[in-house]
Design a protein around this ligand. Structure first.
Ligand code: KG4
Ligand code: ZN
Length: 338
């Protein structure tokens, strides 16, 4: 059988990424982060689309070079259709459409949220591939969902956030503490040295499988303001304990929801996906759940947690095998359900 080479392109938010895969194996996965946003404490959409425009050609060239694959060898081009920032999505969409047209090869439109989940189907030496059905907790800067994955393309949202995403809870808490953006990885880093039970924050009350994080953020803000009035150096002196306590509260919320999902569905195969699945504590807790609750858990490789094009390419590859191609008039969609 002839090997199938797919180029994946991701540009939904602030990372420009391109990846070449051969069948389900990743040959390259180039990610250009956009530094411009850090000084604004969040992604500035107008600057993001401009940076994608600058990055996309060199990033794709680099992905092909690293994979040692020529454009002519490609069987199809996969791109992120949505959800995401419209101006960002349009750059990847237009580029992918033009390239596919030029090369006369199929175009594959990919749902970013499905792709986070389908990253689990990338084959490498140590990867465990999930069997259906499984539950996936998709946790990123833009989304928080519990999804029942029936097969590669049939997915059912069992619960989701009614306000902020869990990544936002990390990033907004970090901002309150004066940490750089995105703050999730910093909270993770300082939490390793702190006491997770040092401070208590109240958990939100929402439906069984739904999430809410805006109240937690406000609770943290008021707590910090109050402590700073008593001791202006409170954050500095207790940063590790504060981070550990915030992280512990968030991970408790996530784990409790997963337990509810297992109870409700009877499915004990649990995967995590999305940028926040890079968090070391959620990874530990999920691993422990194999022993404690008899779950079978799937934790993505670090490089496939945050936004990347390898997950777009694998999704495109699975669609390619299904002969599920996009039409020439396909457009980006800022809002798109799994
Ligand atoms: O999936 P992603 O790269 O982009 C979106 O689609 O949103 O997720 C980015 C989010 C950010 O909120 C970032 O702070 C968070 O993932 N994140 C983390 C960690 N690494 C990235 N949050 C907690 N701990 C981490 N180690
Ligand atoms: Zn994402």
């Amino acid at each position: 059988k002839k090997p199938v080479y797919i180029l994946g392109i991701e540009s939904s938010c602030d990372d420009t990424s391109a990846s070449v895969i051969c069948d389900a194996k990743v040959l390259s996965n180039v990610v250009a982060n956009q530094e411009v946003h850090s000084k604004y404490g969040g992604v500035v959409p107008e600057l993001a689309s401009r940076a994608h425009q600058q990055n996309i050609v060199p990033v794709v060239q680099q992905a092909l070079e690293q994979a040692n694959v020529t454009k002519e060898q490609l069987a199809g081009i996969a791109f992120t259709k949505g959800p995401g920032l419209m101006g960002s999505l349009l750059v990847g969409t237009s580029f992918a459409k033009s390239l596919a047209l030029g090369l006369q090869i199929p175009l594959l439109d990919v749902n970013h949220m499905q792709a986070h989940i389908l990253a689990h189907f990338i084959k490498d030496d140590e990867s465990k591939i999930p069997t259906f059905p499984f539950i996936c907790l998709t946790i990123s800067g833009g989304h928080t969902q519990i999804v029942k994955v029936i097969n590669h393309f049939e997915m059912e949202i069992l619960g989701e956030t009614i306000d902020d995403a869990v990544g936002e809870a990390f990033d907004k808490s970090a901002k309150i503490l004066g940490l750089p953006y995105p703050g999730g990885p910093f909270i993770d880093k300082y939490a390793k040295l702190g006491n997770p039970k040092a401070y208590k924050f109240t958990k939100p009350k929402v439906g069984d499988l739904d999430f809410s994080f805006s109240g937690l953020k406000t609770g943290i803000l008021y707590f910090i303001q109050k402590q700073q009035r008593i001791n202006p150096n409170f954050v500095e002196e207790n940063l590790n304990d504060i981070c550990a306590s915030i992280q512990f509260t968030i991970i408790e919320i996530l784990m409790n929801k997963l337990k509810n999902a297992v109870k409700k569905t009877g499915i004990k195969q649990i995967a995590i996906a999305g940028g926040v699945s890079a968090n070391s504590e959620i990874r530990n807790r999920l691993q422990l759940a194999e022993k404690h609750f008899g779950w079978k858990t799937y934790i993505p490789k670090f490089e496939y947690t945050t936004d990347n094009a390898a997950m777009i390419a694998i999704t495109g590859y699975l669609k390619f095998l299904n002969n599920d191609f996009a039409n020439a008039d396909v457009t980006a969609k800022a809002r798109l359900k799994v």
